[in-house]
Write a protein of this length. Structure first.
Length: 441
């Protein structure tokens, strides 16, 4: 019987816009290492594969009245710094974080993740993103993000360079031969000479071949360009489909694209995004969810929609539909999210109905632990996912409910490990260790 792969998305106090108000304390845990240590250790107790930290390298600098009520990424750790600290507080769970190819040089990316892989003894993963907001662009000398296709072209080249740098040293290069006074074998160092459209890199990484060969590559693009990129390079993909049928179609589409890149579909794990609210009864879970949605303030609801629709909604009444003539012709940020909002506008939903329904491509599951296990088993056995990226509206309470309630039921059904049998993230996920391109056969 196949087993589920489980990851958890960590985004401050939770992904819900009002999560900071649901913590029950005036203390903001966003920069408290004790908070993240507890969360990582809780996920490890739940036998999760991956603890994943989302990020954007920017604070919002406009519309601050709204952002002050939804402080997304306004007070957060840089992910690699945080994950390095957590590597010493955990022993098994994978540690993944986001770095953007639009703003980080390949050498820095390669060095940072190689270091994390060594620190964690083989548990590092890089979420490859191109970024999707102009706040970040302005921090790096740009007025706005380059076009979508250009960002993906840069990302493809960046990944190629990073992987080549990870191969700078073959396994066993550092021989520490005291008798002959030689620290490393020069024949196993392979400097890179790369000159491409976006990057020029001539040199070698100054850290050796990592414990799992190379850190795991994560990708989450859902556009046609993004899916091709994922089929070419990704080993874990986060999907965002609201229905089983849509999940099955995405799964078949993405894995079907891998052959043209000479890749085995078993070497890609598709994790379906699953926002989840649990209760002792379905009614309790639904009431908890509705209470959370009602806490979204109108100024925040408008802003969230406006960011993904890429227009100003501030002057519109919240209890009337958004006029269709305001819909932009195209999107440069998140194309899938844009399409979701457009569909709701064309259904003549009011602005309030849209912002209390819209979940960026996902639908929050509300139910009991038994129902959650049923849902996850259906997606796994129905060919819609290899596992789930769990998204808790409020942390750490949401994950505590899952670990205490759903994990034992999944284990009882044989769908989740009862103990770790590997020490590396690749081992947890059943991914092969890559062969260094310079190593002899």
């Amino acid at each position: 019987m196949p087993q589920l792969s489980l990851a958890v998305l960590i985004q401050g106090t939770g992904v819900h816009p009002a999560s900071w108000m649901l913590t029950g304390t005036k203390h903001d845990p966003a920069t408290d290492i004790r908070y993240y240590t507890h969360a990582a250790q809780l996920a490890e107790r739940g036998m999760f594969d991956l603890f994943f930290v989302a990020d954007t390298p920017a604070a919002r600098t406009e519309n601050l009245e709204a952002w002050s009520r939804f402080p997304l990424f306004m007070n957060v750790f840089e992910p690699l710094t945080l994950l390095s600290a957590l590597s010493g507080a955990t022993t098994h769970i994978g540690l993944g974080g986001t770095l953007s190819t639009s703003f980080y040089e390949p050498y820095n990316i390669a060095r940072l993740y190689a270091s994390l892989d060594h620190l964690s003894n083989g548990r590092a993963a890089w979420n490859v993103v191109t970024s999707a907001n102009d706040y970040a662009a302005k921090n790096f000398g740009l007025d706005k993000l380059p076009p979508h296709a250009d960002r993906y072209a840069r990302a493809r080249e960046a990944v190629s360079v990073v992987k080549a740098l990870w191969d700078s040293w073959e396994a066993g290069a550092f021989i520490n031969d005291v008798a002959n006074g030689q620290n490393f074998d020069p024949s196993k160092l392979h400097p890179l000479s790369h000159e491409g459209e976006f990057f020029r890199v001539n040199g070698a990484l100054n850290i050796g071949w990592t414990p799992q060969g190379q850190p795991v590559l994560i990708q989450a693009g859902s556009s046609n360009t993004g899916k091709d990129f994922a089929a070419e390079i990704a080993e874990v993909v986060f999907s965002s489909d609201a229905t089983l049928e849509a999940g099955q179609a995405f799964y078949k589409d993405l894995k079907g694209r891998m052959a043209k890149f000479g890749r085995d579909p078993s070497q890609l794990k598709i994790l379906a995004g699953l926002p989840i609210v649990l209760g002792a009864t379905p009614e309790e879970a639904e009431a908890k969810y509705r209470a959370q949605q009602d806490m979204i303030q109108p100024i925040v609801g408008k802003m969230r929609l406006a960011n993904d629709l890429e227009i100003d909604l501030s002057g519109l009444p919240i209890d009337e539909p958004i006029p269709e003539e305001l819909i932009p012709a195209t999107s440069n940020f998140h194309q899938t999210y844009f399409a979701d909002i457009v569909r709701m506008i064309r259904k003549k939903m009011t602005l309030r109905e849209i912002y209390t329904t819209y979940e960026r491509g996902l639908t929050t599951f509300r139910g009991t632990p038994m129902q959650a296990a049923d849902h996850m088993q259906e997606w796994l056995e129905g060919g819609a996912a290899d596992g789930f990226m769990l998204i808790f509206p409020a942390m750490p309470s949401g994950m505590q409910d899952f670990v205490d309630g759903v994990v034992p039921e999944l284990q009882r059904r044989g769908l989740l490990r009862t103990e770790y049998t590997s020490t590396t993230l690749r081992g947890h996920l059943g991914l092969k260790e890559p062969k260094n391109r310079y190593a002899a056969d």
